[in-house]
Design a protein around this ligand. Sequence first.
Ligand SMILES: O=C(CO)[C@@H](O)[C@H](O)CF
Length: 536
Amino acid sequence: MAEHAARRCCLGWDFSTQQVKVVAVDAELNVFYEDSAHFDRDLLEFGTQGGVHVHEDGLTVTSPVLMWVRALDIILERMKASGFDFSQVLALSGAGQQHGSVYWKAGASQVLRSLSPDLPLHKQLQACFSISDSPVWMDSSTTDQCRQLEAAVGGAQALSCLTGSRAYERFTGNQIAKIYQQNPEAYSHTERISLVSSFAASLFLGSYSPIDCSDGSGMNLLQIKDKVWSRVCLAACAPHLEEKLGSPVPSCSVVGAISSYYVQRYGFPPGCQVVAFTGDNPASLAGMRLEEGDIAVSLGTSDTLFLWLQEPMPALEGHIFCNPIGSQHYMALLCFKNGSLMREKIRDESASCSWSEFSEALRSTEMGNGGNLGFYFDVMEITPEIIGRHRFSAENHKVPAFPRDVEIRALIEGQFMAKRIHAEGLGYRVMPKTKILATGGASHNRDILQVLADVFGAPVYVIDTANSACVGSAYRAFHGLAAGTDVPFSEVVKLAPPPRLAATPTPGASQVYEALLPRYAKLEQRILSQTQGPPE
Ligand SMILES: O=C(CO)[C@@H](O)[C@H](O)CF
C-alpha cells in the first residue's frame, strides 16, 4: 500500500560537469527516484567531451549554457512521462559545478518571469544569454587576471585571508575579469551574472536567484568572514559588478516559491519551496552529513579532503568556503593530485600488481615503518608543489630505495600524514568525537583504512557518495522547510542511513604518529626548499 500512497518528498538536483542529475527523497530520507541527462550521450548536438569544450589554446574550457537548460527539459519530461507525482514535492534544492558562471542578457529577467507552460525552457531562453559558452572550473586561461587581483589586494596571502583562497584561474572573479577585458560589449549587455548553482535555481524560481555564501566563496570575491562581497575585489575584476551579482544569501535560505511555469506544465504544488542552490562540493558535505570535527577523505584519482572548520586559517594552498550547513562555520577543500594512480604504481612495482599482496605488506609492517619516511609524487603535486620520489631513513638520510614492504607502508603512511599535516595547517583539529568518512576506490581496502585511522587517531567510516551532491541537496531542501525554526541540519537528517564503521585506531598509534608527523613536516619543507630554490 505504501508504494501507492502519496509520497511527500524533496528533490535534489546536481548540475555537474558531465550531466544534470536529480533524486527524489521521501520523508524517511529514502531515495526513491533518480534520473540523469548525460551531456555527451543525450545532447549530442552540443558536441561536448566530458561535458565541456576544450578550446584550441588548451587553457580555455567552456560549456554551452543552453545544454544545461536542455538537459533540465529532458529530465522533467522523462519524469512526467514516467508518471512521477510532482504534486508531492514539498521543496527542492540543488548543486552546481563550482566556479562556472552564466551571463544573463539584458531583458532576460522578463522572459524568466513570463515563461509559457506550452513550451520547453530551451525554446524560450535561447536569446537570454550574452555569453553562450560559459567558462567552467577546468579553465586555466586567467593567470593574468589572477595576478592583477592579488596585486590589487596586497598579495596572494592577503587575498586568501579575505576570500578563503589565493587567486585561482578557475575562480569566478578572474573569469569575469577576463570577459570584461576581452569581450566588453557582451559584459555591458549582461544584466545578471550567476554561478551554475544560482543559474539552476533561477530556472526553477522564474527570476534571478541570489548566490549562496558557500558557492560564492569559490569566486575570489566574497569576504568569507563578513559574508559580503569585497568591494576591492569587485572593483579589481570589473565595473558595476555588485549590481550584476546581487547580494549573497546564507546557504539555508528559502529563495522563493517555484515558478508557475512548473505548476502549470508539470503539476508542482504552487507552494513548493526553492532552497538556495550551492556548489557541488558543499552539497556533498551535506550529503555526507559531515559534522563539526569530521573529515571526509575521497580516495580517488586525486585525493580530496573535505574539512569542517570552526576557525579557518587561510593559506596559500587549499580552499576555505563558508559552510553550507553550519552558517557560522566553514568548510575546506584540499586536493592531493598523487592519489590512486600513485597507489596503483607502487602496487605494480612492489606488490606484483596485486592488492592482496599490497595489503599483506601493510599488515606485515609496523606502524611508523621503523622511522622510514617517503614522499611519492610522480606528477607535480598540488599540496604541496613537489615532484619526484624522496625516501628518508630513520636518521633522516636520503636513501635511493626501500624494501618492497617498507616502500608500500611508506607510501600510504606518507599520503595520510600529508593529509593530516595540511588539514591542520588550515585550522583543522582532530576532536574526541571526530569521525573520518572515507569514500572512493581505495576506501574498499580495509588495510589502507587501518593506516588512515592510525595516522589520524580517529575511527574511519565508509559511505557511498555516488549521489552525495544530489542527496545533500534534497537534505538541504528538507532543512529549508524548517527555516526559521532553528532546527539544526543534523536533526533533519538523523533518519538517513548511518555510515559503516570500517577501522578504529590501533592501540599506541597516537604515540607513533605524534612523533613522526613533525619529522614528516620538516622533511617536506626540506624537499620544498631544495626544489624551489632559496626564498625570494
Ligand atoms: O573546482 C572544483 C572545486 O574547487 C571542482 O571540484 C568543481 O567543483 C567540480 F565541479
